[in-house]
Write a protein that binds this ligand. Sequence first.
Ligand code: 5GP
Length: 194
Amino acid sequence: MKKGLLIILSGPSGVGKGTVRKHVMKDHSLRLFYSISMTTRTPRPNEKNGKDYYFVDKETFQKNIDEGNFLEWAEFVGNRYGTPKDKVEQWREEGKNVFLEIEVNGATQVLNSIKDEGVVSIFLVPPSLKDLEKRIRSRRSESEEIIQKRLEKGKNELQYASMYKYQVLNDRVTRAANEICSIIRKEITNHLKK
Ligand code: 5GP
């Protein structure tokens, strides 16, 4: 059986990766399997453990680093986020297409370590910096200090866009999600032909 694709959606914090990802995942014809990340961040009011993230304490996260359980992990504005390795490898071996939604540092680690032709990297671009700030502020769940840090980080992260095979503008969520679905569909077709 042909190994599944590894699709990486990245981009600056606040660009709307999570919302776009949820739209993309609704297209069941793509047979995407979302890799749920582990994080030390506290859950936002609407978030559920085991669905949005595996929320763990710092010790548990560190233990997973020490045991080599992450495909990649990164520190982001005071918290740690990582992709558990086991499911990603198992699913790909089973021919399933795995979808990662991760920040730029972690995505760089994956792009540097996995060189096979099944990796599809997509960078989501905000229409403007003003728009990015508006989105980060609209979450209202974070202090001004954290908002400023996320903004600063977001501006820096934008310069990595060219490392990705595809750059998609998040001007409207449904349009961006549809473009990503088309990219994935094309990549699946090409992958199966090889
Ligand atoms: P948030 O706190 O807004 O949920 O996530 C902060 C950032 O971490 C976002 O850019 C999100 O995409 C990213 N992120 C989520 N999961 C992972 C992961 O497993 N690894 C890495 N490197 N980043 C992640």
